[in-house]
Design a protein around this ligand. Structure first.
Ligand code: C2O
Ligand code: CU
Length: 538
């Protein structure tokens, strides 16, 4: 067992530390990493992030344990939480450490769980030596709590704190992440999950969240640092290590459930790559996406689920068949095959041990090849669940109509990602006023990349794809993956005054220009950016 040392000395009096926290009861026996006594932690260990050479993997990282590594992710039940941004190392595979930036020394950061209607207070403490912020992705909240540096607040400087407070209005699966220099900061691990439970207790016996991400393994590729962002930008497929909850391959904790239990799995994609997962369950439903319940979803049998950056999907099933079912990324590369989550169903007290599970997963993966699973049918939200009355229709009149074409271009000799052939710096804001109905067409006529477009502060209804009306349950999203050649029509009600952002959540694309402001004409911000702060809104 590896000793776990905290990256930062001193005990904070945050409710995240002192409040009720627990790990899910179903974690494997192997996952019982414990936090050592604060007294034995290295005192005041900090890394210099200005010097990127310090961010390289520890010398001889295959055999050496760095002096700070992340702890298991915690569940924080509490309306008041402290999130401390701090550096650490993440043990993605046995003996393999990645330098990371964390909230509360884990990647993902703690899962914050509250109940619909709760007032949530999150104190952000910055112990890194770069400014950071927190954006609550998908959460409809007041504009000044949106966490976008230079737009809604100044980035929180090293040593400083900032308190976010808002009411959790809507049950669902969300996540939070830094919105300062996000390609870099989310890429290093500054994110966590946020689950809002409905007021009436859910029927799930097991309710777990799984965050997908991808990294550069520094042992085969240079680390994902600013110094080689250019290299990354010209080769966005350079990721060669896929993780679920910060672990890869055999290090991923199987999910143990008892036969008969009702299970809810919440998937969040915190990475920059769209992941296509195979779900080898014989009877499951997709109950929710982006925090929005799907009306009367059909039961599925062995299907594919595509999850783009920023999106969330919640699956539900009742455990009836004893055995191991690995949910995993479609693909035959070692890194795709190491992104798999074994779902282990057994009678109470009869769980196989972790090695038996690993062996069984390996055996099954021989048949779960890309060629074999690609015959399974992929969930299509535009044609899933039952139609029912909803807010917007295709043939109504809208107060505002916008047409956004997503593509690439070159400006000053540099590659850019564009909206209507302009990049962020040159784009005029989309404007609305409170009460407007807004219709937006999003299209990607050229190129071969996904553009998961995310609107802050609102949810929108997806009306059509490629001219064909949605024919299943009404589709509500905050992040919509526009794939090559696709055109979508979406609609929303402008009911949350503020200055918001609409951007691609492939963050290379956002940082290279695929971003636009979404501003209310009848909103006057009281925020004045401090020019001394290096605010990087994307
Ligand atoms: Cu998840 Cu503008 O972000
Ligand atoms: Cu994009």
């Amino acid at each position: 067992m590896i000793a776990v040392l905290s990256a930062c000395s001193g005990s904070s009096s945050s409710s995240a530390d002192t409040g009720h926290t627990h790990h899910q009861s179903t974690t494997s026996s192997d996952s019982s990493l414990t936090q050592t006594d604060a007294a034995t932690a290295t005192s005041g260990h900090t890394m210099s992030h200005g010097d990127m050479s310090n961010m390289a993997a520890p010398e001889g990282s295959q055999s050496t344990t760095p002096n700070s590594i992340t702890t298991d992710q915690q569940i924080v039940n509490g309306k008041e939480v402290t999130l401390t941004a701090q550096s650490s190392y993440l043990e993605v595979e046995k003996g393999k450490y990645l330098p990371v930036w964390t909230f509360n020394n884990s990647v993902p950061g703690p899962q914050i769980e509250v109940t619909e209607g709760d007032i949530v207070t999150v104190h952000l403490k910055n112990k890194l030596d770069v400014p950071v912020s927190i954006h609550f992705h998908g959460v409809v909240l007041p504009n000044d709590m949106d966490g976008v540096p230079g737009v809604t607040q100044d980035a929180v400087e090293p040593g400083q704190t900032f308190t976010y407070t808002f009411q959790a209005l809507h049950a669902g699966t969300y996540w939070y992440h830094s919105h300062q220099d996000s390609l870099n900061q989310i890429g290093r691990g500054l994110y966590g999950t946020f689950v809002v439970h409905p007021k009436q207790p859910s029927t799930a016996d097991v309710d777990r969240t799984f965050v997908l991400d991808e990294w550069n393994d520094p042992n085969t590729h240079p680390a994902n640092t600013e110094s080689n962002t250019a290299a990354l930008n010209s080769n966005m497929g350079a990721y060669n290590l896929y993780t679920i909850n910060g672990r890869s391959g055999d290090q991923i904790d199987p999910l143990y459930v008892n036969n008969g239990q009702h299970v809810r799995l919440r998937f969040v994609n915190a990475g920059n790559m769209t992941q296509l997962l195979y779900i080898p369950l014989s009877s499951y439903t997709v109950v929710s996406t982006d925090g929005e319940e799907i009306y009367q979803p059909q039961t599925l049998n062995k299907g594919l689920l595509r999850i783009a950056p920023g999106e969330r999907y919640d699956l539900a099933f009742t455990a009836t068949d004893n055995g191991v079912a690995p949910i995993g990324a479609v693909g035959d590369s070692d890194f795709a095959r190491s992104m798999r989550l074994p779902i282990v169903v057994s009678d109470r007290g009869q769980q196989p041990n972790q090695q038996q599970v690993i062996d069984e997963v390996k055996r099954q993966q021989q048949n779960l090849t890309a060629a074999n699973v690609s015959r399974w049918s992929e969930l299509d939200l535009m044609n899933y669940g039952q139609p029912t009355a909803s807010t917007f229709t295709l043939n109504q009149k809208y107060d505002r109509n916008y047409d956004l074409k997503l593509s690439m271009g070159v400006s000053d000799g540099k590659m850019t990602y564009t909206i209507n052939d302009e990049s962020y710096d040159h784009l005029k804001a989309l404007t609305v006023k409170t009460g407007d109905t807004v219709h937006i067409t999003l299209s990607a006529p050229s190129g071969n990349e996904d553009h998961p477009m995310h609107l802050h502060g609102h949810v929108f209804q997806v009306l059509s794809r490629n001219g064909k009306a949605a024919s299943g349950a009404p589709v509500w999203k905050d992040t919509l993956n526009v794939r090559p050649g696709e055109t979508y029509e979406i609609a929303l009600l402008a009911n949350n005054p503020g200055n918001w952002m609409l951007h691609c959540h492939e963050l290379h694309h956002a940082s290279m220009g695929m971003m636009i402001d979404f501003n209310y004409e009848d909103f006057q911000t009281s925020y004045q950016p401090d020019t001394k702060v290096d605010n990087i809104s994307e």
